[in-house]
Design a protein around this ligand. Sequence first.
Ligand code: BTN
Length: 324
Amino acid sequence: MSDTLLRIVDLLGDGDFVSGSALAGVLGVSRTTVWKHLKKLEEWGVPIEKSRRYGYQIPGGMELLSDKHIIRRVSGSARELVSCLKILESTGSTNSVVRARIEEGFAQGFVCFAERQSGGRGRHGREWVSPFGRNLYMSFSWHFEEGAAALEGLSLAVGVGVARVIESFGVHDVALKWPNDILLSRQKVGGVLLEMMGDPVGSCKVIVGVGLNLGMPKGVEIGQPWSDLSRYAKVGRNELASALLSELLPMLADYSGSGFSDYHAQWESYDAYRNSPIKLQTPRMIVKGVGRGVSNTGAIKVESNGVIESYSGGEISLRPDNDH
Ligand code: BTN
């Protein structure tokens, strides 16, 4: 990790021009080193304006994540649940960082954010587009003694938590698409990726990964309709990070007691496709019908020919049935 790169972004963070010699002088490095870091930032998609006269600028500025700012705003109960907070300049996937920490024996309350992911992952092995310094990519670990059964519906509950956080910033058109896509005006703004480690019937660890688009740079290509929160509200990255931790950590701490039942009704109130024609792609078949909410374990319910069936499993994907 290069502190110099982050310090350069920090010095350009308020969007003003700063000369190459001033950057080099403050950081105690050569102008060539400054230039190399700026080039790396450009490779990562950060726009850098250059002026012979004034130096360098990040148009519009950039708010880097800061452990100090995140922890200062986090609720007291969530702060007690954080055992370690890491912010990485760039990593493959924050879920993989947390996985590695669990393998080292460090399981509870390890929180990792990254400014950029080079191999961000979504469900079904899809890429999660993760450019530098704009959105939020966060993962944390939680340890459950009660095995996988206690975790039924957890990924849906996390979606409810993220939706609540978005609403807390005064944004109203939030919806959820089964199992855990977060939508704004029907376009995807975030997603949850849960991974499990350990004994499915005993002591297991969960990696909770959340990606939330906050200010996607122009020109980014994503293979589905998407949105970002900055179109709906003025929210700082650190502010959003604190709000997510304040909501999600206490939720995880209480989940084995509460289970999905505490979140069931609210999940259905956010359900984007309740009573709408949907199409489920399962590994064996396509199911067409009308969405009827979710079961008390978080399985999707579909009504076809007057019969309601429930479906669950990581391989299933849901689409609106536009041919209906
Ligand atoms: C999905 O909607 O398919 C889930 C997306 C989850 C993305 C987040 S970003 C932080 C964490 N690290 C990853 O590689 N994925 C999750």
